[in-house]
Design a protein around this ligand. Structure first.
Ligand code: PMP
Length: 424
């Protein structure tokens, strides 16, 4: 008998039937999902762009502003100490969540974009010299491409791009060939936002480390769908955003190995990142504060901590298993739709379905879907070179989260058939 108590949102099962997510119960925790679009219930399938927020996160932010808010790291009064404690607790939650070894390795930033820019500027200045190389992949979000392009232009370095195959999987053989004695860093997505491809990150890191090259992973699309253990992966940097993990926007994380962060120069400067300041010389604070100049998004950090608590209370194993089932269901439903071409069919995929419908513009498809209450993303998904690789200007992208249902996928499929009727 399975006598362990079920986590919230997980329906109890018996020994023969594994416990499953109680999705209806979970949905009730997300106030926004109750709304209608015109006459139709909202079907929110743009989760790769951002996720909706559960009551627990909304309440934690409201409670923090109502009861505990003050500036942090400065006040000697009780309220500031409480706010500081709440902020630092959030950092500790992040550390445990991704299994980092030390709170000093968790830098609180605005999001994935800022995290990557931080590394591109700071690590770039530390390590990248004219003629050096930085390796990315063809499936990168612009956030993990443009900062490296700029860093390369500024440092006189060269950007190398590992290709993907027709299924949207990284060509590991080609990737390995790009690793040379001039490579200073590899920067690759853990999960592709446009295709859903889950990259073999342990393998990617192992091959780079074999040549003494550090690796940054863009985890924006991974943390809400996979268990992430930065020590097991052994990456040197890991970036993610709170808003894709049921938390607030404007808050995110850069994990970095302490030895690297210690050696890197500050990214931004000002208050909080200093130890002593005189007109002729300034000494910097220790990590992580060296990289947290100015008053941060304090309530955002608290909200991120609450999102992590929420996510862990549901349980990543249940979430991942449920989402994989939903992905299989959605893939089957979409394969029944005539003239639908799926873009990205990697063997390891997160809950993302990208496709084009006949030769109809993705924006027109999304507009028809919107009339049915279905929110999807249409366009290049901030991955223009990848779209070019597949010979399309853009795709329609349906991306799922723990609160989506098979019924919603059915509504999507009906909407697509309707789009074929009205737009042909
Ligand atoms: N990388 C990937 C893979 C993403 O999906 C996103 C967000 N779409 C980003 C980076 C940028 O994240 P943010 O806008 O939260 O900084």
């Amino acid at each position: 008998m399975d006598s362990a108590p079920s986590p919230p949102g997980v329906a109890a099962g018996d020994a023969s039937a594994p416990r499953r997510l109680d999705v209806e119960r979970l949905r009730a925790e997300f106030p926004i999902l109750r709304q209608r679009v015109g006459e139709k219930p909202l079907v929110y399938l743009d989760n790769a762009s951002t996720t909706q927020k559960p009551r627990a996160v909304i309440d934690a932010i409201a409670r923090f502003y109502s009861d505990d808010y003050a500036n942090i790291h400065r006040g000697v009064y009780a309220l500031s100490e409480r706010a500081t404690q709440a902020y630092e607790e959030a950092r500790a939650k992040v550390r445990r969540f991704i299994n980092a070894g030390d709170d000093r390795e968790i830098i609180v930033v605005r999001g994935t974009t800022e995290a990557i820019n931080l590394v591109a500027h700071s690590f770039g200045r530390l390590r990248v010299e004219p003629g050096d190389e930085i390796v990315i992949s063809a499936m990168e979000h612009h956030s993990n491409l443009v900062p490296w392009q700029i860093a390369c232009a500024e440092r006189g370095a060269v950007l190398r791009v590992a290709p993907v195959n027709d299924d949207g999987e990284l060509r590991l053989d080609m990737y390995e060939r790009l690793l040379t004695p001039r490579t200073r860093l590899v920067a690759i997505a853990h999960v592709s936002n446009a295709l859903g491809t889950i990259n073999p990150v342990r393998e990617i890191v192992a091959r780079a480390h074999g040549a003494n090259i550090p690796v940054l992973l863009d985890g924006a699309q991974a943390v809400a769908h996979l268990r992430v253990d930065v020590q097991a992966i052994d990456c040197d940097f890991y970036a993610f955003s709170g808003h894709k993990l049921y938390g607030p926007s404007g808050i995110g994380v850069l994990y970095g190995k302490a030895a690297l962060l210690d050696a890197m120069p500050p990214y931004q400067s000002g208050g909080d990142m200093i130890r002593t300041v005189a007109f002729d010389k300034t000494s910097y604070n220790r990590i992580p504060y060296k990289f947290e100049a100015g008053t941060p998004h304090i309530a955002g950090a608290v909200g991120l901590g609450a999102a992590i608590d929420y996510f862990q209370s549901v349980g990543i194993e249940y979430i991942a298993a449920y989402e994989q089932e939903l992905l299989a269901y959605a893939t089957a439903r979409l394969s029944e739709i005539p003239r639908l071409r799926r873009i990205g069919s990697a063997r390891q995929k997160a809950c993302v379905l990208s496709f084009v419908l006949d030769n109809i513009h993705p924006h027109d498809v999304a507009t028809v879907l919107d009339n049915e209450g279905v929110a999807v993303r249409a366009g290049h998904h901030c991955a223009q070179p990848l779209m070019e690789r597949f010979g399309v200007a853009g795709t329609v992208r349906a991306s799922m989260a723990l609160y989506n249902t098979r019924e919603e996928i059915d509504v999507l499929a009906r909407g697509l058939r309707r789009a074929l009727e009205v737009l042909r």
